[in-house]
Write a protein that binds this ligand. Structure first.
Ligand SMILES: [Ca+2]
Ligand SMILES: [Ca+2]
Length: 112
C-alpha cells in the first residue's frame, strides 16, 4: 500500500553549534527540505514549520536531519525510520539526539 509522508515541523530542544544550526532534511537519501536552499538556519527552541509531503512511498522510509558545515563534512543529527501505516492515518512525534543536539520532528503518514 502506498503512503505519503508529510513533515509538519522541526523543533530543537538543543542545537549542536553556538547561535544556530544550519539544517536540512533528506528522505530516503534524497534532499527533501528546504526546496530551494541548501539549508535553513535554526535557533534553540525555534519551531520551523515545514508542511511538505513526499508521495508514493512504500515499505519503510527514512527521514534524516543533517547539519551543514563548511570545512568538515555535514553532521547527522537524527535518523528516523517510518513504517508503512497500512491504510491508517498516523501522526507521530519523535525526538532524537546527535552531535550534541536534540531535535523533535513531527510528521504524518497519509495512506494513498
Ligand atoms: Ca554548521
Ligand atoms: Ca556542525
Amino acid at each position: 500500500m502506498a503512503y505519503s509522508l508529510k513533515i509538519l515541523s522541526v523543533y530543537p530542544q538543543e542545537i549542536t553549534e553556538s547561535g544556530h544550526d544550519e539544517i536540512y532534511l533528506k528522505i530516503n537519501g534524497e534532499n527533501f527540505w528546504p526546496p530551494a536552499e541548501k539549508y535553513r538556519r535554526i535557533s534553540r527552541h525555534q519551531t520551523i514549520d515545514i508542511f511538505q509531503s513526499k508521495d508514493h512511498l512504500s515499505g519503510q522510509s527514512t527521514i534524516e536531519l543533517w547539519e551543514k558545515d563548511d570545512i568538515s563534512s555535514d553532521d547527522l543529527i537524527a535518523r528516523i525510520v517510518v513504517e508503512d501505516p497500512k491504510g491508517v492515518f498516523k501522526k507521530e512525534r519523535r525526538t532524537q539526539s546527535g552531535d550534541g543536539g536534540t531535535y523533535e520532528i513531527i510528521y504524518e503518514l497519509h495512506p494513498q
